[in-house]
Design a protein around this ligand. Structure first.
Ligand code: ARG
Length: 503
């Protein structure tokens, strides 16, 4: 198999064809290397088709920084317990840093027969420092190595994701004051239901993304245990110090059962699920704003920088960014399915199937990150179209429930009030007027209890103002929630406790 150069290690898409990645003989050295994993009982070389089929370097090259960091920590621990000398550790550490620098610059030969990032890094070390490099894999297997590498990678990716979710929350919060006095219809079943303040919508999204951030934090907390030292499956007979390795790599502790650890990919499933929920929230939001930006709704003007035109219809401004956010969410959910199916029938412990975990996981992180990168400027840069919203706001009887509750406050049983308001709305529909424009005598002909003061609760503006319950769209409630979120987002860490009706 040929040699090549790894370039842009953490940027190329996982699905890129291998041939395009590696080029041929670009290092000038074409000596085949016998795979370290075949230096045991093997007499025959691997079939080239087998090597091409089994390689993972085309996608796990993204783990090189984690792999090098994990190896340096492992070597330091080996030196501390006396399994290698401190000079050997220093040589391993300095050489691995040198290799990392070359990889950062996109220079390092790759060799198919070395399968994965772990063997590439080890071989690069051995090529440079010979026997000292051959000590690094003491008390370690690629099984615990890959588990630790991917935990560190996911940990970083979750931190980035949290930052992006927070930025999106800021974008919604930033709209709350400027849109405060705009009233929008709230829908159920996509039918006009009750009036709400526009910031009530924005706060709804802030809440959804807050739960997403809690899920992200939860995934991070559970995965943050170091698996190095589990070795292949049963542990090691050598006197290692797992706690030291864990500390050096900033884990909260070590995993407790080697069998479990060698087989465990729960943390990937959880992350893929958390990503799927985020994708679902983004997709629902995108769908809503696509609708709102149509002539039929006319609620929203999207920023043109995130729209595209038509090659044939000059008038078109299409919401492609939102459509792609909605469309790409399918891949993220598909990746969760792939991961679930991948692990569901595996006997303990490590099985090579697990190598297939990385492409869907990387893809989910990449896709959601790209979705969030666009969502934020779209949220910040769109404008509500007050005229169209207001023009149609008094249509759809958004204040009918308020009228019913006005009658309940006057002492009427809910079922009777519901029935009577139904009749009153029917009457208004036949006359083609809003409830606020229905004469008092007409209302009284349905319910004699109604008096002049009812008009203080009719019309969307009055109706919005009439809400009082905690979490409702009442202006005071919305103001309190804006204040709460301003404190959380501009103050400190994400709040995890639920709100209280007394707060
Ligand atoms: N490339 C492998 C993976 O991603 C590394 C572990 C290989 N272990 C083994 N025993 N073959 O899972």
């Amino acid at each position: 198999m040929g040699w090549g150069i790894i370039a842009n290690l953490d940027r190329r898409p996982a699905a890129e064809p291998i041939a395009a990645l590696f080029g041929s003989n670009s290092s000038g050295n074409s000596q085949p290397v016998k795979s370290p994993s075949r230096s045991g009982v093997f007499e025959d070389n691997a079939d080239a088709r087998m090597e091409a089929f089994a390689e993972s370097i085309s996608f796990d090259r993204r783990l090189y920084r984690q792999d090098i960091r994990g190896s340096i920590a492992h070597a330091e621990m080996l030196a501390t317990v006396g399994l290698i000398s401190s000079e050997e550790f220093a040589q391993i550490r300095d050489t691995l840093r040198e290799i990392e620098g070359e990889l950062d610059a996109g220079r390092l030969p790759i060799r198919f027969e070395l399968e994965d990032i772990h063997m590439h890094m080890e071989q690069a070390l051995i090529d440079r420092i010979g026997d000292v490099g051959r000590t690094l894999h003491t008390a370690r297997s690629r099984n615990d190595q890959v588990s630790t590498d991917i935990r560190m990678w996911v940990r970083d990716a979750l931190d980035k994701l949290d930052g992006q979710l927070e930025a999106l929350q800021h974008a919604f919060l930033g709209r709350c004051e400027r849109d405060f006095y705009i009233i929008l219809p709230a829908y159920t079943h996509l039918q006009r239901a009750q009036p709400v303040l526009a910031p009530h919508y924005w706060l709804a999204y802030i809440e959804k993304f807050a739960r997403d951030r809690e899920r992200v934090a939860d995934c991070r907390r559970r995965l943050n245990r170091c698996s190095l030292g589990v070795a292949a499956v049963a542990g090691t007979t050598l006197p290692i110090d797992r706690d030291q390795t864990a500390r050096l790599l900033e884990f909260d502790g070590v995993t407790a059962n080697s069998l479990d650890t060698s087989s465990d990919r729960d943390f990937m499933l959880e992350s893929a699920f958390a990503l799927s929920v985020i994708a679902s929230h983004l997709s629902g939001w995108a769908e809503e704003w696509i609708l709102w930006s149509t002539v039929e709704y006319g609620f929203l003007q999207l920023p043109q920088a995130f729209c595209t035109g038509s090659s044939i219809m000059p008038q078109k401004v299409n919401p492609d960014a939102l459509e792609l956010i909605r469309g790409k969410s399918a891949r993220v959910m598909g990746n969760l399915q792939t991961l679930m199916l991948l692990v569901k029938n595996l006997p303990m412990a490590y099985n090579r199937d697990l190598q297939e975990d990385k492409p869907p996981l990387f893809d989910s992180f990449d896709t959601v990150s790209a979705m969030l990168e666009l969502a934020e400027p779209i949220v910040a840069g769109s404008e509500l179209v007050r005229e169209t919203i207001n023009d149609r706001l008094e249509r759809g009887y958004l204040d009918a429930t308020t009228l019913m509750e006005w009658m309940i406050r006057k002492g009427m049983p809910q079922r009777r009030a519901h029935h009577l308001v139904g009749a009153i709305v029917g009457e208004a529909m036949r006359r083609g007027v809003s409830l606020a424009n229905l004469p008092l005598e007409v209302m009284q002909s349905h319910a004699a209890e109604i008096d002049e003061s009812v008009y203080d609760s009719l019309g969307t503006k009055n109706a919005v103002a009439a809400f009082v319950s905690y979490g409702s769209t009442a202006p005071d409630q919305v103001r309190a929630q804006i204040a709460r979120w301003t404190k959380i987002l501009h103050g400190c860490s994400p709040e995890t406790s639920p709100g209280s009706a007394d707060s």
